[in-house]
Design a protein around this ligand. Structure first.
Ligand SMILES: C[S@@+](CC[C@H](N)C(=O)[O-])C[C@H]1O[C@@H](n2cnc3c(N)ncnc32)[C@H](O)[C@@H]1O
Length: 521
């Protein structure tokens, strides 16, 4: 069990749970009542499982706005019938906040900085469904699969590309959830439980070893935790059914940071750095098992929904860069594209999943990570800051001037000043252009494209990335239908070198999120 400074009991009262997650009792009570936090009513009192709160916090920790909660008003459907009601059109463009995904079937498996929620995607699909019956949906930056899952629920065929192997695995396992044998999974979970009890009581040395190429500033797991992690990995390694192995890997990946000496704030850093104690003891088997039980429950629910369809929709996930492999999608075949690319905020998906990638055996060396970084949309400031000036390819004179302004800022800092950031921004907008050019050829004429994207601040300069993206899309032949401001406020603590940090402007710039709606030519 995880040791924390609010005592050691696994079951917490409202006041203990409020202290644990550092909110007022009133706020916590409200969250429990509106089912936005894992909780149970016992008589007239609320009770909270410490480990469930830990899991929930891990999910919350990787969001890019760092707000505790977000009300969307769209609750998770518990049954197929409820799903039908939920699917009734509310509005095409709903709140994009990912937080609601933490409690929803399949979406809740893996936290990810997502750009949007399941109900946002559902709203878009609901709007299109009236136009055409069977749809082909594409998400070129699929993350952990929000678009794909919603597409399947709406009986659409779905295709996704995702460059991060851990996210791609999560996306694939969810997208294939209709095809698993839930009984086999349940039986494997029982064996996992017995295995854990036996292994730990025998005090045997595990066969698995920590990943060789992985280094961390402090030991990633404390010794007692690591022993259990390796025993858990022994179990996974001996599994012979591929989809079962995948589910175990996803479950392990989803919870591994919660029993490590690291946390998300929202980037990966040591717990000590965040003022939290290290985790010396944790019941790893129970935590992984609980995650898997949740996944099992969701698989059963999802299969119930899928059985209502006349035809089982197909899902394909490519663990590849869309920019290099878009041609795998048939030309003129996509009816709807719903996506959220990485933002121009240098949020480092690759670095933030280093532990997952190494401990799940998806990368072995730092150069494996570099390969992913260089193929990522927009790359990262770290990968492009040095070297010669990167020229802007889209013909947007006002953006060109802004980049010159950026380039001139903090010249004394060399590549760490405006020069490096201008290279990053130019790479980003060049990739926006490449994305639009590729996408144009994959969309059916008149197809709908919805790209959720936010504005950003680099070295004190605001980039209205949504408007710039729309202009680039228009130059590539798309018609701009509308720019919907789907979130009015996004507090960007992952924004690097913001105006606030540089003190170049006195007023804080409002960060927002826009759904750019386009029509394919
Ligand atoms: C904002 S996230 C999208 C998350 C997604 N909407 C979800 O619900 O999980 C952007 C994703 O793009 C992925 N990505 C970056 N470059 C890519 C590329 N060239 N091809 C495919 N995916 C890429 C990142 O790994 C990240 O998961």
């Amino acid at each position: 069990m995880i040791q924390e400074d609010t005592g050691t009991s696994e079951i917490l009262t409202r006041s203990e749970a409020a202290a644990f997650i550092r909110v007022s009792e009133k706020t916590l009570g409200e969250m429990a009542r509106t089912r936005r936090i894992p909780s149970q009513k016992v008589g007239r009192e609320w009770r909270f499982l410490r480990s469930a709160l830990e899991d929930w916090l891990v999910g919350k920790g990787v969001r890019d706005d760092n707000r505790l909660i977000e009300t969307t008003g769209h609750e998770q459907p518990a049954t197929a019938e409820a799903f039908v009601q939920y699917a009734l059109p509310i509005s095409d463009f709903r709140d994009t906040a990912f937080s609601e995904n933490h409690e929803r079937t399949l979406h809740r498996w893996t936290p990810w900085i997502a750009g949007f929620s399941g109900s946002f995607v559902a709203g878009v699909l609901e709007g299109v469904r009236r136009e055409r019956h069977r749809l082909r949906v594409l998400d070129p930056f699929a993350g952990v699969g929000t678009t794909l899952i919603e597409a399947l629920k709406y009986e659409c065929d779905a295709t996704g590309f995702e460059i991060n192997p851990y996210a791609a695995l999560a996306c694939k396992t969810k997208a294939q959830a209709a095809h698993y044998d839930a009984d086999i999974l349940a039986a494997t979970l029982d064996r996992f439980e017995e295995y854990g009890e036996e292994k730990l009581s025998l005090d045997e040395r595990a066969m698995s070893l920590p990943p060789q190429g992985f280094s961390s500033r402090v030991p990633f797991f404390s010794p007692k935790v690591e022993r259990q992690v390796l025993a858990c990995q022994d179990f996974i390694a001996q599994e012979t059914t591929d989809w079962v192995t995948d589910l175990f890997q996803v479950a392990f990946g989803a919870v591994m940071v919660s029993f490590s000496n690291y946390s998300y704030e929202p980037s990966l850093g040591t717990r000590a750095g965040a003022g939290k104690p290290n985790i010396d003891h944790a019941d790893v088997f129970s935590i992984v098992k609980r995650k898997l039980r949740e996944m099992h429950e969701d698989i059963v629910t999802f299969q119930g929904w899928m059985r209502k369809h006349k035809r089982m929709p197909q899902a394909t996930v490519y663990p590849l860069s869309y920019l290099d492999h878009a041609q795998r999608v048939r030309p003129n075949s996509i009816d709807v594209l719903i996506t959220s690319p990485p933002y121009l905020n240098n949020y480092h998906y690759v670095r933030n999943t280093r532990p997952h990638l190494f401990w799940l055996g998806m990368v072995h060396t730092t150069s494996d990570l570099k390969t992913i970084e260089h193929k990522s949309f927009g790359q990262f400031w770290q990968t492009v800051r040095s070297g010669p000036e990167i020229a802007l390819r889209p013909h947007l004179p006002h953006l060109g001037e802004q980049l010159q302004d950026l380039r001139a800022r903090h010249a004394e800092k060399g590549t760490y000043g405006g020069r490096g950031w201008a290279n990053y921004a130019a790479t980003y907008f060049n990739d926006c252009q490449l994305f639009c050019a590729l996408t144009r050829t994959r969309m059916r004429p008149g197809g709908k494209v919805v790209v959720v994207i936010g504005n950003n601040i680099l070295q004190g300069l605001e980039f209205q990335t949504d408007k710039l993206f729309a202009e680039i899309a228009e130059q590539e032949g798309f018609e701009i239908v509308a720019l919907h401001e789907v979130r009015k406020k996004r507090t960007g603590n992952s924004i690097v070198n913001s105006s606030v940090r540089n003190g170049t402007v006195t007023q804080r710039t409002r960060l927002y999120e826009t759904a750019v709606e386009l029509r394919a030519p």
